[in-house]
Design a protein around this ligand. Structure first.
Ligand SMILES: Cc1cc2nc3c(=O)[nH]c(=O)nc-3n(C[C@H](O)[C@H](O)[C@H](O)COP(=O)(O)OP(=O)(O)OC[C@H]3O[C@@H](n4cnc5c(N)ncnc54)[C@H](O)[C@@H]3O)c2cc1C
Ligand code: FES
Length: 380
C-alpha cells in the first residue's frame, strides 16, 4: 500500500529546512520549501460566490508563519476521511506567497463532489486539515518571461489570482493580461479584488468574458472566448507566454484558438483541474474492460498480487481491479499522490509533471500515468 499523506507526515529531519537567517523578512524572502506534510488550521471561511468559498489556513502549531513557502501557481494536496474512506484532492493556492502568515484555498462546490461539498458545506473555523505540498510546475514568478497572459475559466482562476497578487506586490514591470471566462456576474470569483488590483497595477489588463450575462448586466464581452476577441484583447499574442487553467472543454477550446492564431505551443502552459473521467469510486461503478487481459504482467510486491494488463490500462487501474490500494487524486499526472516505486520493468508515462529528477533516478513512477510496456513490479 502506498503511503498516505498522514503516514508520510513529517519527521522534522525529513523536511527541507528553510536556510534563511532567523531575522530575514518573511514577506520578501523568496520561496524555498518543498515536500512539507502536516496539519493546517482553518482560520476563516470567506464566501466568494454562491458556490465558491475561500478557506484561509494558518499553521496548526500556533506559530506565526507558515511552515513552508511556495511559488505562485502551486497547489496543495489535502486529505479528508469522508464516509469511512480517505479521499485526496488537490487545490491551487489562491493567495500570494508574500503572505507568510496564511494561505488561501478557493474551492467550488461540485453538486455531486465528495470532497468539495465537504469543504464548502462543512468546514468551519478551527477545523484541522491534513495537507501536503506545495506541489506543481504551473508557476510564474516574473523571471520566466517579460510578460504573461493568464487565461482562466470558472474556478481555474485560483492559480492566476496567486500569480497576479504576487506580481502586483512585487511591482513586477511586465504586462499581465488577465483573461477570465465565467457565466454571469454572480459567478465572477474575486471580482472586487481584481478591480482593486487593476487600480493599483497599471500593468494589469483585465478582460472578462461572460457566457450567460444578460444584456445590460455586463458591459464587457458577452459570449465565449473567441479568436477575434483574444487577438483584440492581447496585442502581440504570438510573442507572449500564456497560462491556461479551467474546465477541460474550455482549455481544449482555448488551446485550439491559440493554435489557429499561430501561437507556438511551447509558449502555452496548462493545468487541468478536472479528471477526464470520474474515478470509479466517484462514479460508483466497478465496470471492468470487456477486452481480454493479454498485456504485460504487473506485480504488486507488498500485496503479493499480480495481473496481466488490458491494452492501455495504467498501473493504478490494474491496482484498483486487484483491490490493491494506491492513493490518488488528479489522475492526470500533476499531483504526485499516486507515486510508487517500480523495482522492475518499464512503463510509458504520458504526463510526468509530478516527478522530479530525484524521483526518476529512484525509479518512482506515477501509477495513474504508467502503462506497462514490459513485465513490471511495483512496491504497492
Ligand atoms: C492541480 C489541481 C488543482 C486544483 N485546484 C482547484 C482549486 O483551486 N479549486 C477547486 O475548486 N478545485 C480544484 N481542483 C479540483 C479538485 O481537486 C477536485 O477535483 C474538485 O474539488 C472535485 O472534487 P470532489 O471530491 O468534490 O468531486 P469528486 O467526488 O471527485 O467528483 C468529480 C466530478 O464528478 C462528478 N461526480 C461525482 N460523482 C458522480 C456521479 N455518481 N455521477 C456523475 N458525476 C459524478 C462531480 O460532480 C464532480 O464534478 C484542482 C485539481 C487539480 C488536479
Ligand atoms: S493521481 Fe495525481 S499524479 Fe497520479
Amino acid at each position: 500500500m502506498s503511503k498516505s499523506i498522514s503516514e508520510k507526515a513529517t519527521s522534522s529531519e525529513e523536511d527541507e529546512k528553510d536556510p534563511r537567517p532567523a531575522d530575514s523578512n518573511p514577506k520578501t524572502t523568496p520561496p524555498l520549501t518543498k515536500n512539507w506534510r502536516g496539519q493546517l488550521r482553518v482560520e476563516s471561511v470567506i464566501i466568494e460566490t454562491p458556490n465558491v468559498k475561500t478557506i484561509r489556513l494558518v499553521p496548526a502549531s500556533g506559530e506565526r508563519y507558515l511552515p513552508f513557502t511556495y511559488v505562485p501557481g502551486q497547489f496543495l494536496n489535502v486529505a479528508f476521511w469522508i464516509g469511512g474512506g480517505r479521499m485526496n484532492r488537490s487545490y491551487s493556492i489562491s493567495s500570494s506567497p508574500h503572505e507568510r502568515e496564511y494561505l488561501d484555498l478557493t474551492v467550488r462546490r461540485e453538486p455531486r463532489g465528495a470532497v468539495s461539498r465537504h469543504i464548502v458545506d462543512l468546514l468551519r473555523k478551527d477545523d484541522l486539515i491534513e495537507a501536503g505540498g506545495p506541489v506543481g510546475m504551473f508557476t510564474f514568478t516574473g523571471e520566466e518571461a517579460d510578460s504573461i497572459v493568464l487565461i482562466s475559466g470558472g474556478v481555474g482562476i485560483t492559480p492566476m489570482m496567486s500569480i497576479s497578487r504576487y506580481l502586483t506586490e512585487q511591482s513586477w514591470p511586465g504586462d499581465i493580461y488577465f483573461i477570465y471566462a465565467c457565466r454571469t456576474p454572480e459567478d465572477y470569483i474575486f471580482s472586487k479584488e481584481i478591480a482593486e488590483l487593476e487600480k493599483r497595477n497599471p500593468k494589469l489588463h483585465v478582460a472578462i468574458a461572460m457566457s450567460r450575462a444578460e444584456e445590460g448586466e455586463w458591459k464587457g464581452h458577452r459570449g465565449r472566448i473567441t479568436k477575434e476577441w483574444l487577438a483584440e484583447t492581447v496585442p502581440d499574442l504570438t510573442s507572449r507566454r500564456i497560462h491556461i487553467c479551467g474546465p477541460i472543454p474550455m482549455m481544449d477550446g482555448t488551446k485550439a484558438l491559440l493554435d489557429e492564431l499561430d501561437v507556438p505551443s511551447e509558449q502555452v502552459k496548462t493545468e487541468a483541474f478536472g479528471t477526464p473521467k470520474p474515478s470509479p469510486a466517484a462514479a460508483g461503478t466497478t465496470a471492468k474492460p470487456s477486452t481480454e487481459a493479454s498485456g504485460p504482467l504487473v506485480t504488486f510486491s507488498k500485496n503479493n498480487k499480480s495481473a496481466k494488463s488490458h491494452p492501455g490500462q495504467t498501473v493504478l487501474e490494474i491496482a484498483e481491479d486487484l483491490g490493491v490500494e494506491i492513493q490518488f487524486s488528479c489522475r492526470v499526472g500533476t499531483c504526485g499522490i499516486c507515486k510508487v516505486k517500480m523495482t522492475a520493468g518499464e512503463v510509458d508515462q504520458e504526463v510526468q509533471d509530478a516527478l522530479d529528477d530525484d524521483d526518476k533516478a529512484d525509479g518512482i513512477i506515477l501509477a495513474c500515468q504508467a502503462k506497462p510496456t514490459t513485465e513490471v513490479t511495483v512496491e504497492a
